[in-house]
Design a protein around this ligand. Sequence first.
Ligand code: DC
Length: 216
Amino acid sequence: MIICIDGPAGAGKSSAARALARRLGFRFLDTGAMYRAVAHAALRRGLDWDEPAALARLARELSIEVGESQVLVDGEDVTREIRTLAVTTVTHYAANNSAVRQHLVELQRREAAGGNVVTEGRDQGTVVFPHAECKIFLTASPAERAHRRLIDLQRRGESTSYDQVLAEQTQRDQRDANRDVGPLRPAADAIELITDGLQPEEVVDRLEALVRARMA
Ligand code: DC
């Protein structure tokens, strides 16, 4: 069984999807981590962002392992680095690159083959797993999402402000929604869940109820 959880940045997808997978005994696949991993590797190598072919080549050469709680690139643990603001800011180069997407979509399908998976991203229900048994579009208002992200960044020691987070989020939303390949939009058969005012635990409860109703 494949459960797709798509939605914009800051909707709480990662933690909710991870907790849901744990409750169900399913594998959890964080596909945003893959795009981040490619961007991180490119940043490290000083790749020219104006050379999309070089970025695609790099993506294909890397060994990217996205585990339950660890992201390894060529065997090195980059779990923390890929979540920094510096990497977040350049990840759109990887996400907007159609050859990078094609490669990562293949990787995602391979990872999910034959298993029970909760997968999380932007295009999981629309492009990667169009025949998934359960699709959820998880979202929240821009203000709520920016507020949550600010707390998250501060907790990780990043110095930023609400206005900065909101401005970057608006830009990311626009990029996510308007990219030519794999844009963010709900699948026609997705169930929308708006998480404003819900505690993280309540979000997982609702997700679990939706999935169990589908499984019944
Ligand atoms: O969910 P996240 O913030 O970790 O995602 C990082 C970036 O990757 C974000 O800009 C959107 C992009 N992304 C994507 O294009 N497709 C996915 N399936 C997952 C993430």
